[in-house]
Design a protein around this ligand. Structure first.
Ligand code: ZN
Length: 371
């Protein structure tokens, strides 16, 4: 995997990540396909709207349908018919947030499945092995996402363990080969809660170990937004300039623009897809709730500036009717629109960076969204 930095504009960067399955222009937003599907949208439609990489989740796919089945299917790409790059989260976050956690120790974590209560364990080596079996283009190290809030002592001890796990993940990757002949990259994850010194140490140590890219994890977990930006500002200068930087689980359109301005290249979030299923759509003029009565006889499109199939062909009144009637088409059209908007946002940001007008474009768009 190679990252080429093409342009900088203030702190913002435009680049390209080259993988064995194609190029990813950055900054990029990665739609979330937790269980091997981005909810309410076909892979074909995702490609048509320009998604160059999607996410899968190791914890979910390991539990169901199981790693062995995906191996027999020829890997996750073949199983879900996605030929472009895929990133898999290590599952650390889900072990701590979803499963019934039974124990955490220097060798890994023990947990009970949220599906059937069965007992499992993840070690740093095992999550690399699972991601080898899945065949993801970008694998993530096992980490502990410390709960928020937590004490500095907790964050320190947790981060020390996460750094050891990161080192073991890298050793495992170097000792094993891709299962399907396509090169796989490994990203480290900076932790440290809201403590600048721990974040800085984490970023520094991960850079020493050396990864193909660096994620900043454990943010957008309930801390004030300004604190999230402050942590990004602590990590970015320490991370290698010639590698991609990924802010995990973030966020709103505003968060993404601010983080791009601070030097982040990659984002993922369930926000566009989950909000779509709750009738909330994003536009360059702010958010709308399509269930609101004011849209009942509004025969304009969701977003007149959007070129998605939904906005070109259907009205707010019709989408509101579909949501009220519980029609599946409502979820599909709103999902298609929100992902179109998020991908438009990062593509337009990239263009503005290349033309040296990112800061002006960003502040004008934010002003427009807030009005
Ligand atoms: Zn649209």
């Amino acid at each position: 995997m190679r990252y080429r930095l093409l342009h900088t504009d203030g702190g913002a960067r435009a680049g390209v990540i080259q993988t064995g399955r194609g190029e990813i222009p950055t900054p990029i937003f990665m739609p979330v396909g937790t269980q091997g599907a981005v909810k309410a949208i076909e892979p074909r439609a995702l490609r048509d709207l320009g998604a160059s990489i999607i996410l899968g989740n190791t914890y979910h796919l390991y539990l169901r349908p199981g790693t062995a089945l995906i191996e027999r299917a020829g890997g996750l790409h073949r199983f879900i018919n996605w030929t472009a790059p895929l990133l898999t989260d290590s599952g650390g976050y889900q072990v701590f947030s979803l499963s019934d956690l039974r124990g955490i120790h220097k060798d890994g974590v023990e947990f009970k499945s949220h599906l059937d209560g069965s007992l499992h364990n993840f070690t740093p080596e095992k999550v690399v092995d699972i991601q080898r079996s899945l065949g993801s283009d970008i694998m993530m190290v096992l980490d502990e996402c410390a709960p928020f809030p937590c004490t500095e002592e907790y964050a320190h001890a947790s981060n020390a363990m996460t750094l050891q796990w990161a080192e073991r993940c890298k050793e495992r990757m170097e000792a094993t080969a891709p299962a399907y002949g396509v090169e796989q990259a490994l990203f480290g994850i900076v932790q440290g809660s809201i403590f600048p010194a721990i974040r800085e140490h984490s970023a520094r140590r991960l850079a020493e170990i050396g990864f193909d890219g660096y994620a900043i994890g454990g943010l957008s977990v309930g801390e004030p937004t300004e604190q999230m930006y402050a942590m990004v500002d602590v990590c970015v200068p320490v991370l290698p300039r010639e590698k991609p930087r990924y802010l995990m689980g973030v966020g709103t359109p505003e968060n993404i623009l601010e983080a791009i301005g601070r030097g982040i290249d990659m984002f993922d979030c369930v926000m566009p897809t989950r909000n779509a299923r709750n009738a909330v759509v994003f536009t360059a003029h702010g958010r709308l709730n399509l269930r609101n009565a004011k849209h009942a006889e509004d025969f304009s499109p969701v977003d007149p500036d959007c070129l998605c199939y939904g906005c070109r062909n259907f009205t707010r009144a019709y989408l509101r009717h579909l949501f009220k009637a519980g029609e599946i088409l409502a979820l599909q059209l709103a999902t298609l629109h929100n992902l179109t908007f998020y991908l438009w946002l990062v593509r337009t940001a990239r263009q503005a960076i290349q033309e040296g007008r990112f800061a002006i474009w960003k502040s004008e768009l934010l002003k427009q969204m807030r009005s």
